[in-house]
Design a protein around this ligand. Structure first.
Ligand code: AP5
Ligand code: ZN
Length: 217
């Protein structure tokens, strides 16, 4: 099964993808995570995209298409893929079709997490992750069980993304509205789009996704 999780910054794409990885053994293909890894490793591509990401703008279609193609090539064909943060432009949507077709895969569903943008600023600026294992937390919605200790690995080091500030979030939202939202009607016309309420509690959003995906084969 191959699915896209689509929604603006902070809609909960990464949160839901992580659960699908754990419960369904699918692979999460997050272009944001791949770009951050390249940036942190200081590769030439990573250095090139660093300032663009910090400003909240989109990096080139060519770079992200390449990252997705490479990741798909490294996965068993039988393993399901969750596209998280990709495609983000009409051109990327076309590339994804080509990348899938070339690997005998097809798109099964595009799940739109519909959200209230004002609430998203709060979600994003409160977000932080474990610096060691990457587990995600939030100042208000998801604190570690023991204060300042990661539930997963016990580390006490946490970090915040440089693009998770109120000003950059506004640019990221504007990019979503201008370049990403226009791809929704394309998938709707193909009968692939499923819209769910991304403002509900995390568990309720998960249940809505499960209802779309159906029983684990
Ligand atoms: P990317 O990493 O993809 O960021 P994004 O789309 O801005 O998405 P986020 O990671 O901010 O949000 P999310 O929807 O995953 O929310 P999350 O689950 O963390 O991209 C970053 C940058 O990379 C881009 O700006 C661009 O520069 C570049 N880039 C990436 N892909 C690209 C592409 N294809 N083309 C061009 N450029 C690209 O949730 C947020 C918080 O809310 C968390 O704290 C979570 O705990 C909490 N939360 C989640 N769900 C709920 C809920 N239901 N209720 C309450 N709280 C919730
Ligand atoms: Zn951890």
């Amino acid at each position: 099964m191959n699915i896209i999780l689509l929604g603006p910054p902070g809609a909960g794409k990464g949160t839901q993808a992580a659960r699908l990885v754990n419960e369904r053994g699918m692979a999460q293909l997050s272009t944001g995570d791949m770009l951050r890894a390249a940036r942190d490793a200081g590769t030439p591509m990573g250095l090139k995209v660093s300032a663009i990401m910090k400003a909240g703008e989109l990096v080139s279609d060519e770079i992200v298409d390449g990252l997705i193609g490479d990741k798909l090539d490294s996965m068993p064909v039988a393993q399901g893929a969750i596209f998280d943060g990709y495609p983000r432009t009409a051109a990327q949507a076309v590339s994804l079709d080509d990348l899938l077709a070339a690997r005998a895969r097809k798109l099964d569903a595009v799940i739109e997490l519909a959200v209230d943008e004002d609430a998203l600023v709060d979600r994003i600026t409160g977000r932080y992750t474990c610096a060691k294992c990457g587990a995600g937390y939030h100042d208000r919605y998801k604190l570690p069980k023991v204060s300042d200790v990661c539930d997963v690995c016990g580390s006490t080091e946490f970090s915040r993304r440089p693009d998770d500030n109120a000003e950059t979030v506004r640019t990221r939202m504007a990019e979503y509205r201008a370049k990403t939202a226009p791809i929704l009607p394309i998938y709707e016309a193909r009968g692939l789009l499923r819209k769910i309420d991304g403002m509900a509690d995390i568990g309720i959003v998960s249940a809505a996704i499960e209802a779309i995906l159906g029983p684990i084969p």
